[in-house]
Write a protein that binds this ligand. Sequence first.
Ligand code: ZN
Length: 544
Amino acid sequence: MRIAFAALVLATQLGAQQRKPSVDILDYDLTITLPDAGSTIDGVAILTIRRLARGGANDTLALDLLDLTVKSVRVGDRAAPFTHAGGVIRIPLGATADSARVTVAYSGAVKDGLIVSTDSAGRWMAFGDNWPNRARHWIPSVDHPSDKATVTWTVIAPSERKVIANGTRLEEMTVPQKDDPDGHAGAPIAVTKTKWRESKPIPTYLMVIAAAPLVEYPLGNTACGLMEGGGCVPQMVYTLPEQRRIVPGAFAEADSVVTFFARMFGPFVYEKLAHLQSLTRFGGMENASAIFYSDRTFRTGGVSYGLLAHETAHQWFGDAVTAREWPHLWLSEGFATYLAALYTQKSRGDSAFLAEMSGVRTAVLGDAIVAQRPVIDTIETILTALLNANSYQKGGFVLHMLREEIGDAAFFRGARDYQDTFRHGTALTDDLRAAMGRASGKELRPFFTQWLTRPGFPEIESAWKYNAATGQLTLTVTQSGKFGNFTFPLTVEFTDAGGTPHRSRLVIPAERESVFTVSAGLRAAPSRMRVDPDVALLARITER
Ligand SMILES: [Zn+2]
């Protein structure tokens, strides 16, 4: 996602590092009845589970659910006992077969996860907004990204609201209403039942619905031949009626963005890609097949192509391949940051790309968290605090350096292999390292360790020296050692007196000071000398 507001603090817990799940949730069949005012919902969740272990605590199914009241639980066809305390529903499974269906009926006023609001025009609307672990406020679930599942949504809502969700729309029908049982005057409110099905497994943090007076703006069939299993990717924008004028805007590039990523990283895997004006608290949220953008973004100038590219990139990195544990969030946000820059390069050219990477680097160098914590941060317990320059900008720049380290062909082959291997599943940083190692034939453990498990970055000072007597040009590179010494390749360039540029690629060892002879036998002093002319190194560079 993109962060919208600076002060985003939620006391959410990181959870155990080593999860040994006793069940795998395969499918959520969720029926939600929405009100026409207020925030009280009725829900029925039918979970298809597979038992992975038996005995002791494994014989109790634990589902996350906060705030709402559980009315009944069934395991298979039987009513089952349960407890609901501390945000966890516990259901004894006993001798239940390895595959089972568990039905939870529940209701109550939603406080989070499903954002319910009435806008200034008096229109009631609701939008799912589950990242990182807020699905548990309205969906009985194993609310952790390690457990992906398919989902069917059946939403019963006042007909004035359009209901959009993950996947394909299977049904949209008006529900016949009985006369108002309370005997109020006037006709009963028309109600529509809308059914959507996401047939690809996704984490709970991406399972969403929208119910709002939205209008659809079709973008047509895009990226033809690049959908998983063949075919085109239908894309569309949903806005409130008064914001329709901002479309297409950046959405005119939605086809070329999906086409670009699909050619590079493998097929687009979902049934469609909708872009919605929404009530997400983030600037954008990459919900699988239904990207939610903040209401404010639509109302103030519209969605930028960079935001569109970032959220679309997540459909591959984050959605199709999900970081299994929170400390590996950079696998999602670092890729989205870097892929957006790659789209800039493709659509706006090299200098725009270098300017963007330079901006990414500046953000890293000035960030307090980067100086204190590594990208793979196993200490942070507030999940929203992981939405920082480590996960986004430093993660993105590390990918940029990895590409430099192993070359374009190996980098893109490795990224494609990583997608092919873990598509519809989950991965950790070591899985990416292994894929890139296979693609390049290189041992990348030192690279990954240095850049992802240590705080900070190199701080280097470079000093050129030209000796007129010998014609030797030397470069001294001094590391401050503030975050320890690093080893890295460094491209240097000097322009000779005749105006011809010369480049060398030096390998800087993890030492305080290194001296290199860059050229010998120069007849005159160089006219210009630069280090890292291509913004390829994540370092604070001072040129003397
Ligand atoms: Zn993101």
